[in-house]
Write a protein that binds this ligand. Structure first.
Ligand code: NAD
Length: 320
């Protein structure tokens, strides 16, 4: 029997590359598409020798053509960290809107099922805690994060329109902060920033007073949730994330204990519209997908640290 064929946009990025690995392991033919604006071929170079892996260097905001059949499309292309989307806000809006439209058109033409990577950012700075899927969010459309948050909200609306109007099979995953190997050290997110600062024995940068919370999900757990959602028959949004919530200040302490660094912090002003609280309500994922996270933060951070140790230049005398 011919192998099922899956297109993964953003396939050279952090999450996309882990998805490529998973679908290859599951016996699919994988086509990764990426314009490398924030991704890196190093994340997928181990797959290039495989006959069931193809890579297309392409911007999905432009017309997308893929020869042959497709069973699934996973749309993960988009700058994802504030440092990236603040630098390229227009490309961010385009990939969420035009890119999503192009891929929905492709899915319709190929009769493929399409899953989109949405985000906890659709809840903005939430007034409801923890966040359930039926909460509509508190987003500032004209603030600095608007380009990302609104692109993702539009992406969800466009996907639902294709589902309702064309009967397209669609899935929407709302991803909460995820971490693991292949995150970029300089992507500005708190976890790589803290780990690299601690490994270099530099003070950890805390924005605001550190009382804001985040919930971190290990990448393997996220990939498992996405895989189950794709194969499920549920088309409304599903939160995937780890509900274990921690303040940024406590997280700084945890990272220092893990790396053996002395706790030194440097407080900096809180960026505009930075969410105060983040915690997914995962009742739906539990109920519909039988999914919940398995890797706790202690284990996930240990695995991530292994990866970061090789990447961070640590002076000999400061070896962690
Ligand atoms: N990492 C998280 O915690 C998180 C949380 C919520 C949502 N997401 C979503 O998951 C997806 C992947 O995020 P990530 O953390 O892997 O980010 P990433 O930056 O590592 O990966 C994104 C990939 O998309 C590619 N890309 C961007 N614009 C493109 C375009 N126009 N055409 C083709 N490729 C393009 C980039 O080059 C990169 O390889 C994004 O859609 C993001 O919004 C991620």
């Amino acid at each position: 029997m011919a192998k099922k064929r899956v297109l993964i946009t953003g396939g050279a990025g952090f999450l996309g590359s882990h998805l490529c690995d998973r679908f290859i392991r599951e016996g699919y033919h994988v086509i990764a598409m990426d314009n490398l604006i924030t991704g890196d071929l190093e994340n997928i170079e181990h797959l290039f020798k495989l006959p069931d892996f193809e890579f297309y260097h392409h911007d999905v905001s432009k017309f997308v053509h893929v020869p042959g059949e497709l069973d699934y499309i996973l749309h993960f292309a988009s700058p994802a960290s504030p440092i990236d989307y603040l630098k390229i806000p227009i490309q961010t809006l385009k990939v969420g809107s035009l890119g999503t439209h192009n891929l929905l058109g492709l899915a319709k033409a190929k009769r493929a099922r399409m899953l989109i990577a949405s985000t906890s950012e659709v809840y903005g700075d939430p007034l409801v805690h923890p966040q359930r899927e039926d909460y509509w969010g508190n987003v500032n459309p004209v603030g600095p994060r608007g380009c990302y948050d609104e692109a993702k909200r539009f992406q969800e609306a466009m996907t639902m329109a294709y589902h309702m109007h064309h009967g397209l099979e669609t899935r929407i995953v709302r991803i909460f902060n995820t971490y693991g190997p292949r995150m970029r050290l300089d992507d500005g997110r708190v976890l790589p920033a803290f780990l690299s600062q601690a490994l270099r024995r530099e003070p950890l940068s805390i924005f605001g007073d550190g009382s804001q919370t985040r919930s971190f999900c290990y990448v393997d757990d996220l990939v498992e949730g996405i895989y189950r959602l794709l194969l499920s028959d549920y088309h409304l949004p599903v939160n995937i994330g780890n509900p274990s919530e921690i303040t940024i200040r406590e997280f700084a302490e945890e990272i220092c204990r893990l790396t053996g660094a002395e706790l030194k912090v440097e407080y900096q002003p809180l960026p505009k519209d930075d969410p105060q609280k983040r915690q997914p309500d995962i009742s739906k994922a539990r109920e519909i997908l039988g999914w919940e996270p398995r890797v706790d933060r202690a284990e996930g951070l240990k695995r991530t640290l292994e990866y970061f140790r090789d990447k961070v230049q640590v002076p000999d005398r400061q070896e962690a």
